[in-house]
Design a protein. Structure first.
Length: 200
């Protein structure tokens, strides 16, 4: 809002915040801060309204703290066409969900590094897509500010895009995750920290 944080700074901050939250409450909530991710994990059985309410409350807090003008809208709106942002949101949400599926749901992954992997993916996604679509990857992240500041421009792209992308990413990872390796070989590399402690 005041120009004190550069765009790369926003990318780094965004990635680090998600990483910290995963390590802080991932063991409690499964680190589901994104309705599109949660919906993918529950295979469309329910929409997580608590996350949407949380996003609206957080957006309301920002509005009260900074009293932003319309030009300081902190939601997501397309720089180009709505279709361009829609397609881009599908792609970056696919990448995010693919990484989350790999590091958070597969017992063969190095679980202790999940926060770093997911945070880094968000950092890279925002760095690439931020100047074009705003890099939402999260319906709640777009709906919250839209409701509070009454700016619904192309909101459909930021609801449908992440939903389609995360579903595709989750299903794609499930297709490639299976292996013919014996269980002993798989579990040998399941924990980075355990392997370090064994080697000491």
């Amino acid at each position: 809002m005041y120009g004190s944080v550069t765009f790369p700074g926003i990318c780094i901050t965004w990635g680090l915040v998600v990483m910290v939250m995963i390590y802080s409450v991932g063991h409690i909530s499964g680190a589901h801060f994104n309705p599109a991710v949660t919906t993918t994990f529950t295979i469309l059985k329910q929409f997580p309204f608590k996350q949407l309410v949380g996003a609206i409350l957080a957006s309301g807090a920002l509005y009260l703290l900074f009293d932003p003008k319309a030009e300081h809208f902190y939601g997501t709106t397309p720089v180009g066409s709505a279709v361009q942002s829609f397609v881009l949101e599908i792609i970056i949400s696919f990448l995010l969900m693919f990484v989350i599926s790999g590091v958070a749901t597969d017992t063969r992954a190095i679980g202790e590094l999940a926060g770093i992997a997911v945070g880094s993916t968000i950092l890279l996604n925002v760095l690439v897509a931020g100047p074009i679509s705003g890099a939402s990857m999260n319906p709640a992240r777009s709906i919250g500010p839209a409701v509070v500041m009454r700016n619904y421009k192309a909101i459909w792209a930021y609801v449908l895009g992440p939903m389609i992308g995360t579903l595709a990413g989750g299903f794609t990872y499930n297709l490639v995750r299976y292996t013919d390796k014996p269980l002993r070989e798989i579990t040998k590399s399941s924990s980075f920290l355990k392997s370090l402690s064994r080697n000491r």
